[in-house]
Design a protein around this ligand. Structure first.
Ligand code: ADP
Ligand code: ASP
Ligand code: MG
Length: 298
């Protein structure tokens, strides 16, 4: 079976117009694979906003309500632009339930006057929970069936909130059971849950790692990390104008660059792919015809 995992980062899903570019990329390959799992990050900036929301609430600062409204507004705008009229009511209802849940958690933090790491993870998880649900519905609005998966049901972790370790054995089994029959799925990156169901996060930038965990568990043919630059470059292209694209790189070198701060790929992404010898491609959502970087054992 030809299985593909495609992860789209924050800038790729920043707003409706970028999300449409992402859906174009998915539709272009949808018929060429037996199964595709899409992993998405939060809309760009939303994780930072959620952290600010939780911090303000814990300090008793009512400005948290302004941040809350701004977060909802960003998602409402995507729904307004991308969801079919016939599905809008249902999607808005579902989203409002998620907003209510976030509001309750934040109000509790406000009353407690303190922010535990577990409460912060619960708040941060809404970035990916909202984006994955809405983008899944946006794909359906373009006429393609896409099954939504709650990542917390298949990514099982310890309770090291903020940087939880994944229980690989348990998660692999849940992942391979969960994705058995369908052809196109979407899930949020970055989040998981403990064995008693508490929401956890895998550390900042962790959606790349989610994609590679899923790819390894499914024996995917390829894992694709779609981001906002052409691939792995010799240096951060935002800091060094003359950074050059690296067309091919070994797992070891890519891992070393990631551990040394090349944010384009989360350092934990490499290991699961190495164990199954799955190539990882890093590609640009805004230049999809570009060759990107291939990370493999070569
Ligand atoms: P995403 O939201 O898609 O996960 P990130 O912001 O996490 O994207 O990672 C992409 C960013 O990584 C690029 O915009 C770039 O500024 C930065 N970056 C740092 N080092 C490198 C590098 N060596 N090659 C490419 N990009 C890099
Ligand atoms: N949204 C999370 C973050 O901003 C995870 C990710 O983007 O990979 O860190
Ligand atoms: Mg990233």
């Amino acid at each position: 079976m030809n299985i593909k995992v495609m992860k789209f980062g924050g800038t790729s899903v920043a707003h409706a117009s970028n999300i449409n570019k992402v859906i174009d990329i998915i539709l272009d390959v949808n018929n060429k694979s037996d199964k595709i799992v899409i992993v998405v990050s939060a809309l760009s900036g939303i994780t930072d906003d959620l952290i600010m929301l939780a911090n303000l609430a814990s300090k008793g600062d009512l400005k948290y309500k302004i941040i809350f409204q701004a977060i909802c507004g960003r998602h409402d705008q995507v729904i307004k632009e991308l969801i079919d009229l016939k599905n809008k009511k249902r999607v808005v209802q579902e989203i409002n339930e998620k907003y209510d849940e976030l509001e309750k958690i934040t109000a509790n933090i406000f009353s407690a006057g303190e922010l535990s790491l577990s409460a912060l993870d619960a708040v941060m998880s809404f970035g990916e929970r909202l984006s994955s649900y809405i983008i899944g519905e946006a794909i359906e609005s373009r006429g393609i069936a896409c099954e939504f998966v709650d990542s917390r049901e298949i990514i099982k972790t310890d309770d090291n909130f903020g940087g939880a370790s994944v229980d690989l054995e348990k998660s692999h089994k849940l992942i391979s059971d969960h994705f058995k029959n369908g052809t196109l799925y979407i899930m949020g990156g970055f989040i998981g849950s403990t064995k008693d169901g508490q929401t956890t996060t895998l550390s900042r930038g962790g959606s790349d790692y989610t994609a590679s965990l899923v790819g390894a568990a499914l024996d995917a043919a390829v894992i694709e990390i779609w981001t906002d630059v052409d691939g792995i470059m010799t240096e951060d292209p935002k800091k060094m104008k003359n950074a050059l694209l690296i067309p091919e790189i070994s797992y070891e070198k890519a891992e070393e660059m990631a551990y040394n701060g090349a944010k384009v790929i989360h350092p934990k992404t490499i290991r699961p792919a190495v164990l199954k010898n799955i190539p990882i491609y890093v590609k640009n959502t805004f230049n999809p015809r570009g060759s990107g970087t291939k990370i493999s054992n070569r």
